[in-house]
Design a protein around this ligand. Structure first.
Ligand SMILES: NC(=O)c1ccc[n+]([C@@H]2O[C@H](COP(=O)([O-])OP(=O)(O)OC[C@H]3O[C@@H](n4cnc5c(N)ncnc54)[C@H](O)[C@@H]3O)[C@@H](O)[C@H]2O)c1
Length: 366
């Protein structure tokens, strides 16, 4: 099924709006400005001064506004990067898609799976591409680690831990389930990528240590059953100073023929039972992180081929987050299938237009 209409002038730079001129918005502006494939047509933020400041530091004459639809019309933009806070993602994505823009949205696609389903349905009804930027997928070292898993025979265990103590200020220090919703999605999505499969169920405990400076739970431990009976265990904290792990976590994979380790930064190591320790030369070519996500988005827009981050393909990662939160709240194991089906029921109830219901259901069929 063709999900979106590719851009009509494939050789011209694609004109982008950046929506959200905060910390990450500025990182996106730099990546967009460095890419020969795109140009920044305008910047949107509810805080117009912030948008102006970002425009000035990006150099050149960049239009600013508080409204996506207005600036889309004024600039003739074709696409948008949504770098607003998670609570605003659904509204901003819907407005951009309905204004005819293709959208590359920062993770998480939405705070809940039901809202993500509704956003993905808007993309389908407007024949525009909605892709989620899960920037870790574009790390060369993660891809090398994935290659090692493929050499280990059947993989039984995948273990990730992420312990850091950042003081962000802003929305993160107020939001509920902050570690699971704003950070663990990266690690959960990486686990799906590494195992090339989806989660079946999870048992999770989340908590907030006494010294935590976050209002929501900033630490969690989860055990996922993944497809094929494999286990993925996650343990993380955002209020743990000292001996910090990489932002990408520290990983161990154990399989029938050996074990692979990755510290989240350098080259991963593979120890096979019939050989010594192997450390690959990392291919340092090609864009990484959000620049990698942008490259995949642009290729998709020009070719019409659905990217790995297309919204409906990202729902499995968001469902892992929601299932983990639900498990922590209920104190019991939660099945991913139950999370998806209750999200669909909720999305249909929240969507008064009955014609959208088939679209909502179709999102889960991918
Ligand atoms: N991939 C990564 O490694 C990574 C790292 C940091 C942040 N992020 C993600 O990037 C997003 C933004 O994070 P941040 O740290 O830049 O947040 P931030 O709070 O610094 O910036 C968000 C900006 O969005 C603006 N905004 C909010 N609602 C809006 C709306 N309806 N319309 C227009 N503008 C709106 C705010 O005014 C603010 O300027 C989040 O989804 C976050 O999870 C990803």
């Amino acid at each position: 099924m063709t999900l979106f209409t590719p851009v009509s002038s494939p050789n011209r730079p694609i004109r982008f709006l950046v929506v959200g001129a905060g910390q990450m918005g500025r990182a996106w502006l730099q990546v967009l400005n460095e890419s020969p494939d795109v140009e920044v047509a305008g910047i949107v933020d509810l805080d117009l001064e912030l948008a102006r400041g970002a425009a000035e530091s990006a150099g050149g004459e960049t239009s600013v506004d508080t409204s996506v639809s207005r600036l889309a019309k004024r600039t003739g933009a074709v696409a948008a990067v949504n770098v607003t806070i998670p609570e605003a993602h659904h509204l901003v994505n819907s407005e951009a898609l309905e204004s005819g823009l293709h959208v590359l949205c920062e993770k998480p696609l939405a705070p809940t799976v039901s809202m993500a389903l509704r956003t993905a349905a808007v993309a389908r009804s407007s024949s525009r591409l909605l892709m989620v930027s899960q920037s870790r997928r574009y790390l060369h070292a993660l891809s090398a680690f994935r290659g090692q898993l493929a050499e280990m025979g059947e993989v039984g265990f995948l273990v990730a831990e992420m312990y850091r103590g950042p003081h962000f200020g802003g929305f993160r220090e107020r939001m509920p389930h902050v570690l699971l919703v704003d950070m663990a999605i990266h690690t959960f999505d990486a686990a799906r990528f590494l195992l090339d499969g989806d989660a079946v169920s999870v048992y999770c405990e989340e908590f907030n240590p006494k010294w935590s400076w976050y209002a929501g739970a900033s630490a969690a431990t989860a055990v996922f059953e993944m497809s094929g009976g494999r286990r993925f265990t996650y343990s993380g904290s955002w209020c743990s100073a000292g001996f910090e792990t990489s932002w990408n976590g520290r990983w161990r994979a154990s399989g029938a023929r050996g074990t692979a380790l990755w510290d989240g930064e350098g080259a991963p190591q593979l120890d096979l039972d019939d050989g010594g320790v192997l450390v690959p030369d990392l291919a340092r070519t090609g864009p990484e992180g959000i620049a990698g996500a942008l490259a995949e988005f642009v290729t998709a827009l020009r070719s019409g081929i659905s990217p790995s981050g297309e919204a409906s393909r990202n729902i499995g990662s968001l469902a892992m987050v929601e299932a983990a939160v639900r498990s922590a709240q209920q104190g019991k194991r939660v099945r991913i299938a139950d999370v998806l089906s209750s999200a669909l029921t909720r999305a249909m109830a929240d969507e008064p237009d009955g014609e959208q219901h088939d679209l909502l259901a179709s999102v889960l069929l991918n």
